[in-house]
Design a protein around this ligand. Structure first.
Ligand code: NDP
Length: 280
């Protein structure tokens, strides 16, 4: 039976006291225009209160428009956007943030993050994000694709500790990222799992399917629950209403330790897009 009904999504408290819903709708490759807008509207209707976009996704404007079109008050929705690689550097970062705000037609962003640790420039960029946080126009600031060395460099120099590090996570790469996850936990940085559904590549994996069948859930729900059971925040993407709803119906079960151990065995250092492992 298809999942239905409104789901109240639990939150996790960031290191600055802001609450972040534990599931966010990803909109990477959600085509700009009606597809992206309808996905966000379907998500808000189902109970999502967290949308994850980026300048480079080309749909910040649609995310902003969809949020305004629904009756949900802006302050009840947690919106993340990201600074693209061409926009690093102090002044460039300030300008990029302003442009994102203008595209979304928002007064503030909930979480503004560095999309990728661009060498030589990322510390200056972080200082710009700290300035933005001080002005209150970003409620939290964070990073993405930061490995241990990037985190250590930043933590050695920053005034504001990032609230979040967003990295690719699924059973197919979780164990090989455990060093990053442990470093984040030690610094009280919340880990967000991007591509938690492996971009769809592993939804037919026999081990995932077997666990799903055993608990009467779908493979997508198993992978999202895995991310939640590892204390991360999951960011599944879909442009289909039924899947958007399905992906939120993951709070009425947990995986057993044995199921998690079985999924952990699937690690193959999967990187479905870019791979920051060796980023200088
Ligand atoms: P996901 O792992 O979320 O997988 C999305 C794919 O799975 C799409 O093809 C989608 O198809 C399909 N899908 C979704 N739900 C289901 C379902 N229930 N059953 C079957 N198939 C399903 O991929 P993403 O790479 O998009 O990652 C999610 C989000 O993470 C991004 O949208 C983005 O917000 C963020 N991200 C961040 C990155 C970074 O560098 N910081 C990099 C990559 C992603 P369909 O849409 O057709 O339903």
């Amino acid at each position: 039976m298809p999942a239905s009904g409104f789901v109240a999504v639990p939150t996790v408290r960031l290191n600055n006291g802001v609450d972040l819903p534990r599931i966010g709708l990803g909109v990477y490759q959600s085509p700009a225009g009606s597809a992206a807008r309808e996905a966000v509207e379907a998500a808000l209707e189902a109970g999502y209160r967290h949308i994850d976009t980026a300048m480079i996704y080309g749909n910040e404007g649609d995310v902003g428009a969809a949020i305004r079109a629904t009756g949900v008050p802006r302050q009840e929705i947690f919106v993340t956007t990201k600074l693209w690689n061409d926009d690093h550097g102090y002044d460039q970062a300030l300008a990029a943030f302003k442009a994102s705000l203008e595209r979304m037609q928002f007064d503030y962003i909930d979480l503004y993050m560095i999309h990728w640790p661009v060498q030589h420039l990322r510390l200056d960029t972080w200082r710009a994000l700290e300035h933005i946080a001080h002005t209150g126009r970003a409620r939290a600031i964070g990073v993405s694709n930061y490995m241990v060395r990037h985190l250590d460099e930043l933590l050695g120099q920053c005034e504001i500790t990032p609230a979040v590090n967003q990295i690719e996570l699924s059973p197919f790469n979780y164990r090989s990222r455990i060093d990053v996850i442990d470093r984040c936990r030690a610094a009280n940085i919340v880990v967000e799992a991007y591509s938690p559904l492996t971009k769809g590549l592993k939804l037919d994996h026999p081990v995932v399917r077997k666990i799903a069948a055993a608990i009467d859930k779908t493979p997508a729900q198993v992978l999202i629950r895995y991310a939640l059971d590892q204390d991360t925040v999951a960011l599944p993407k879909s442009v289909h209403r039924e899947r958007i709803i399905e992906n939120l119906h993951v709070f009425d079960f947990t995986l057993t330790e044995e199921q998690i151990r079985t999924l952990d065995q699937l690690d193959e250092r999967l990187a479905t897009g870019w791979d920051p492992t060796d980023a200088p």
